[in-house]
Design a protein around this ligand. Structure first.
Ligand SMILES: NC(=O)C1=CN([C@@H]2O[C@H](COP(=O)(O)OP(=O)(O)OC[C@H]3O[C@@H](n4cnc5c(N)ncnc54)[C@H](OP(=O)(O)O)[C@@H]3O)[C@@H](O)[C@H]2O)C=CC1
Ligand SMILES: Nc1nc(=O)c2c([nH]1)NC[C@@H]1CN(c3ccc(C(=O)N[C@@H](CCC(=O)O)C(=O)O)cc3)C=[N+]21
Ligand SMILES: [Mg+2]
Length: 281
């Protein structure tokens, strides 16, 4: 029986810590504001954006919502970002991904000022993480580090296997584990012997985007398993990239979906907004 890593509870702790910080900042006359931009109305995106707005309200951060139609042009979106970059009242800018196909995602990410890049997706933020300089760190991987630390799971010297090498999850995750002195292996769709490599992991972080792909046969006895995936199964129930029922009996610790990594992503977004405001001085 694995210890359940409770992301809902840990994210709540973090949000409560941030709430106190925000009221202290407010007492000094500083109000924090996050601009959240959604283009189109993908239902999953709307759920995440809604969760972000709720978290802002709870912590005392103002959220300025831009609900733009699917037909919004790249130029229009870039122009909104430019205005927000120049607006001293706005501390963080988030453009919910994916954006519609006619908009170049890379151009949008590059347009956001690194000072307001609370998602940590800008090349300057990623480069800073890579060479150990201060900058915003992608929220999902940063949240996973918090999950591990606050669950008292040692990272230093452990073999961490990350499955997935996307720019927003897998790669920054591997860099963060390295920064925490883990020995890190990154796996992807061309990896041979995926199962054998995963079986070596003390900490297995799964971000592949394939529902329930990782079962007990990939997991060493007692390993910590972190499930980043988020899907809806045949019964419209949320599930991850990990087959929880299969893995839970062999793992030492495991995150559920929902209530694992997802809520941490939002808590770390809030953390980055507070940092953006604090850095302003
Ligand atoms: N909970 C949260 O807060 C968040 C959850 N997510 C979820 O996490 C998952 C991953 O997201 P993201 O990183 O954006 O996904 P991407 O689709 O961008 O990346 C998936 C990665 O997994 C690799 N991969 C795909 N299939 C296999 C396979 N059969 N064996 C080994 N590796 C494989 C790919 O390899 P290759 O590079 O070779 O193609 C790629 O590197 C998704 O389910 C997403 O919804 C994402 C962000 C936040
Ligand atoms: N610019 C940008 N930044 C992101 O951080 C970003 C993004 N685009 N695009 C999509 C992914 C995905 N993501 C999630 C956030 C919260 C939950 C979350 O709250 N999950 C809850 C359940 C949510 C539900 O009910 O569906 C949970 O796992 O318990 C999940 C996933 C952020 N992302
Ligand atoms: Mg992706």
């Amino acid at each position: 029986m694995a210890k359940l890593i409770n992301g809902k509870e840990i994210s709540q702790q973090i949000k409560d810590e941030l709430k106190e910080k925000v009221s202290a900042l407010k007492a000094q006359g500083k109000n924090i504001c996050l601009a959240v931009i959604q283009v189109g109305n993908d239902p999953a995106s709307s759920v995440y954006v809604g969760n972000k707005k709720k978290a802002c309200a709870y912590i005392g951060i103002e959220s300025r919502a831009f609900e733009l139609p699917e037909e919004t042009t790249e130029e229009e979106l870039l122009s909104i970002i430019k205005d927000l970059n120049e607006d001293d009242g706005v501390h963080g800018i988030l453009v919910q991904l994916p954006v519609p196909k006619h908009i170049n995602e890379e151009k949008i990410i590059n347009a956001i000022s690194p000072k307001k890049d609370v998602d940590g997706f800008h090349p300057e933020s990623v480069g800073s993480l890579c060479i150990g300089r201060p900058g915003f760190v992608s929220c999902t991987p940063a949240g996973i580090i918090q999950l591990l630390k606050r669950s008292e799971i040692d990272i230093e010297g452990k073999h961490c296997v990350v499955i997935g090498r996307s720019n927003i999850v897998g790669k920054p995750m591997a860099l963060l584990m390295l920064r925490e002195n883990a020995t890190v292996t990154i796996c992807h769709s061309r990896t041979k012997n995926l199962k054998e490599i995963c079986k070596e992991a003390d900490i297995l972080i799964v971000a592949i985007g394939k529902p329930k792909m990782i079962d007990a046969s990939y997991v060493k006895d007692g390993a910590t398993v972190i499930d980043v995936g988020i899907h809806r199964d045949a019964n419209n129930k949320l599930c991850g990239d990990v087959d929880f029922a299969s893995v839970e009996p062999v793992a030492g610790a495991i995150t559920p979906v929902p209530g694992g990594v997802g809520p941490m992503t939002i808590a770390m977004l809030m953390n980055n907004c507070v940092e953006a405001a604090e850095r302003e001085e």
